[in-house]
Each structure stands twice: as C-alpha cells, then as structure tokens.
Ligand binder design. Structure first.
Ligand code: NCD
Length: 313
C-alpha cells in the first residue's frame, strides 16, 4: 500500500499548502453542510501518551464533524505502553485499524519512529519539547483571521521559549514570510534553543531577546504567551523559581496596541490574569476554535479527500 503523507514538522507543508488548508478551514465555516459526511467510514485514532485537552478533543471533534469515527487512548497508562510496549509496535498495530493517526508522545522523534511502521498518515500532535505542527496551523489560522496577513508583523513570544514546542514550530513557520520580526521575551534560563536563532539568521529574520515584557509590549502586533513547561524540568526548584516570571494583566496592557492580538496555545496556568479574558484583544479561546477548523482541513488533506467545492485541498 502506498504510504500517504505525514505531518511531523510544520516544514513538511509548503507555504502554498498551508494557504490551501486555511482556505478550506474558512470554507468549512461558510458551508458546514458540505463537509458533514465527507469522511463517512473513515477512522481517526488519537494516541496520546501525554496529557491533552484541546489538541486531542479538537482532533476528535474535527473527525466527528466530518462524519468519520474516532478511537484511541488519552494516556499512556491506559494503553499497553504501561506494560512496556514500544511505540513502533503500538503504531504498527493501530495502523491496521484506522485510516489516520494523531499521536502525542513525551519523547522527541517518537512520531518519526511511528511513521516508519505504518502506511497510514501520522500526525505529530506534539513530541516532547520538539515540535507541535498542528498547533502552528491553529496559530496561523488565528493570525490570518485576526490580521489578514502573515507578513509585516512584530511578534512577541513570551515565557518558556526553551521547552515550549508550540513556539519552536511557530518560529519555523513564520520565518517564511516577509518582514516578520520576533521579540523573544523569557528569563535567561528559558531562552529559545540556538538552532532556532541560526534558523532566523539564515532566513534573515530580525529578532531580539529581552527579559522585560512591559518594555517590549508597545511595539507588538501579536503577543504569544506560553506557560512554563513544568513537566520538562529536571529540577523542581528551578520550576518554582521561574514559574511566575510573567503575568499579563490589564495594567500591563495599558501600553499595548489597540489592535494587539493576544494568543496562548493553552493550557494557561497563571501567565495571563483571567481579567484579560474579556479584553477584545484576548484571542486564545478563539484560537482553540480555529484548532478544530484547521484540523478538519488537515484530515481531509492527508486522506487525499478533495472537497469538490470551489476550493480543492
Ligand atoms: C501546548 C502543548 O501541548 O505543547 N498545548 C496545546 O497543545 N494546546 C502548550 C502547553 O502544553 O503548554
């Protein structure tokens, strides 16, 4: 059987393909009835060896809204991983039951291993501190819907830039567009990995680093907040010392642009005060909705299902 495409890293998709996914995601909102049975008799497995709320449930909701079915597990403990089964064996087995697999695993590279063991498409729903390409598609759709463009944007990335995989994938995606500038706001210990600094330099993208959110805020078109990734720390004392580094509240936002788009992949711990939720600039729950639309478009794309409307995936 011919091996279908996987999505392991956001760079697996061309700029053109990302634009097409966005068009389909918008068409899904405009013409939901056109999509409601399009995946009839197709099955998605969600294999989550690490906790998730939005990613797993938006994948499942996406497949159900396309008329397909879902099966899977939501923790390693409820799968044979708890008995010592390897990722390879799990994927080789589940690949016999379904048409497409979304998997999340704490180990970097696990989806690549999984993809080598099955002919069905594997979607990386997050691998350790590495990549999270479907969150990036979600973020891109949110930016497109809120800003109408990907170029000429100053984007502040704030929080745990070292372990935050959503930030890593977003940087990889945004370096493709013109006149994008990054302001990297983090404690010194949680700066982004060097390979991403090299990547931005090679793409001739402007970037700067600071520890100070308040002074960075006025220049930003987008502020992308992240939580400090407790589960990736070796030492709890370090986590406790760093966890409250940034807390965005209404007082800090007084100096931000009227048109600022505040994003967060969620879950939030305390890095955005809940008082910000009612500010029109807060887009993080809208972002979670975008995640369902773009995952619907992605499932269609990876299954090779054309929409038959004005847009073709
Ligand atoms: C993110 C993740 O899992 O990397 N969550 C998500 O998928 N929306 C961010 C996080 O856990 O902090």
């Amino acid at each position: 059987m011919e091996k279908l495409r996987n999505l392991i890293n956001i760079t697996d998709l061309s700029t053109q393909e990302i634009e097409e996914l966005i068009q389909v995601a918008d068409d899904i909102v405009a013409r939901p009835e056109h999509y409601q049975d399009i995946c009839q008799h197709k099955k998605l497995a969600t294999l989550f060896f690490e906790p998730s709320t939005r990613t797993r449930l938006s994948f499942e909701a996406a497949m159900l809204e396309l008329g397909g079915s879902v099966l899977g597990f939501s923790s390693a403990n409820s799968s044979s991983a708890a008995k010592g089964e390897s990722v390879s064996d799990t994927i080789q087995t589940v690949g016999n039951y379904v048409d497409i697999i979304a998997m999340r695993h704490p180990k970097e590279g696990a989806p690549v291993v999984g993809a080598s063991r099955t002919s069905v498409p594997i979607i990386n729903a997050g691998d350790g501190g590495h990549f999270h390409p479907t969150q990036t598609l979600t973020d891109l759709l949110t930016i497109h819907r809120k800003k109408g463009r990907f170029d000429h944007l100053t984007i502040g990335l704030c929080g745990d830039l070292k372990f935050g995989r959503t930030v890593h994938s977003l940087i990889e995606a945004m370096t493709r567009y013109d006149s994008v500038e990054f302001v990297l706001i983090s404690p010194n210990e949680l700066q982004i990995p060097n390979y991403l600094k090299h990547l931005m330099d090679e793409a001739q993208v402007k970037w700067s680093e600071t520890t100070d959110l308040e002074t960075a805020l006025p220049a930003l078109d987008i502020l992308y907040m992240t939580r400090v990734q407790k589960e990736r720390f070796f030492n709890e004392a370090d986590y406790i010392r760093l966890k409250d580094s940034y807390i965005l509240d209404l007082d800090k936002l007084r100096h931000a642009q009227e048109e600022l788009v505040i994003m967060h992949p969620l879950p939030r711990v305390n890095e955005i005060a809940t008082e910000v939720d009612d500010d029109p600039r807060a887009c993080y729950f809208f972002q979670a909705l975008c995640g369902k639309h773009i995952r619907m478009a992605l499932i269609l794309f990876l299954l090779g299902i054309t929409t038959g409307g004005t847009q073709n995936v």
